[in-house]
Design a protein around this ligand. Structure first.
Ligand code: GLN
Length: 285
């Protein structure tokens, strides 16, 4: 069997279960063979050796059963950074780049400290740290394997302005009160009975990174209530949330005393990131 024939068969095998069958097949075969897309177009009539054919077949079967391409590859690009990913964390999504862009827009010119809560693979913290090398960025996660994964990503990318803590939200004692100019999070925000959980990649992602109570707002509420104690005066809290949660999140932030509360839209036109500023000086609320 040639590369072209293997791809053709894989596309047909994936057609019923993946909306991106042709792309999936090509990306997986290129990763396994170490060939480039250009090579494939020129030399697609080359025979596949049997070891490669068997490994490709195994990946295509797993993909046909729904396993995300990112978990098969063990990597995903985010904000231009190649990141190791694994089933212990959420797969970084293009939507989340909006959170990073808003954080960069709100970050003061002077270097300061940022905190990414529930950092998972480290995607948000690393993207921010790569753009603001003069800032100190802490990523925290309550899953120890996620902390180790984020740390490996930081080391491989050479982003020395990052630190990683094993912590449930703000629980770690090294997180000093009133020390962060930015607090960022893409927390779990899906309601526990949402049918979306039975579709696509999310079926294979950790529930603990996705689900937050009956309305999906449990973790967001907790972060909004606790954040004022950890922000410097004038610091910002930025949260990613679901497409229909923006007004609820704005209300929660306003009730907590945040100023200049607003939301930003993703490329699909949905309000997906909400932010607010800590206006009160420490100790006055
Ligand atoms: N955006 C993800 C999804 O809808 C959910 C991410 C999250 O809960 N933080 O699949």
């Amino acid at each position: 069997m040639t590369f072209d024939q293997a791809l053709q068969a894989a596309r047909e095998r994936l057609a019923a279960t993946s909306a991106t069958a042709a792309l999936d097949a090509e990306v997986l075969l290129l990763a396994l063979s170490g060939k480039s897309r250009a090579w494939l177009y020129g030399f697609g009539d080359t025979e596949l050796d049997s070891t490669l054919a068997a490994r490709f077949d195994e990946w295509i079967e797993r993909r046909a059963a729904g396993e995300p391409v990112a978990y098969l590859l063990g990597m995903r690009e985010f904000f231009g950074l190649p990141l190791e990913v694994s089933p212990v964390t959420l797969i970084p999504r293009p939507d989340t780049e909006l959170l990073v862009e808003q954080a960069l827009a709100l970050a003061s010119a002077e270097p300061a400290k940022a905190l990414d809560l529930g950092t998972g693979s480290g995607a948000i913290a690393l993207a921010f740290a790569s753009q603001r090398p003069d800032w100190q960025v802490i990523g925290s996660d309550r899953v120890a394997e996620a902390v180790a994964l984020a740390q490996r990503n930081a080391e491989r990318l050479g982003l020395g302005n990052t630190r990683w803590l094993h912590s449930r939200w703000f629980d770690h004692r090294e997180l000093a009160p009133h020390s962060f100019a930015l607090i960022l999070s893409n927390p779990p925000y899906i309601a526990e009975h949402d049918r979306h959980l039975e579709q696509g990649d999310v079926r294979f992602e950790p529930r603990s990174a996705l689900v937050a109570g009956s309305d999906g707002l449990d973790d967001i509420r907790e972060i909004i209530v606790a954040s004022p104690d950890y922000l410097v005066p004038g610091g910002w809290l930025l949260l990613e949330h679901g497409y229909d949660q923006a007004s609820a999140v704005r209300q929660l932030m306003e009730r907590q005393g945040f100023a200049r509360v607003a939301s930003a839209r993703d490329l699909g036109g949905h309000e997906r990131v909400t932010f607010g500023q800590q206006a009160t000086a420490p100790g006055t609320h």
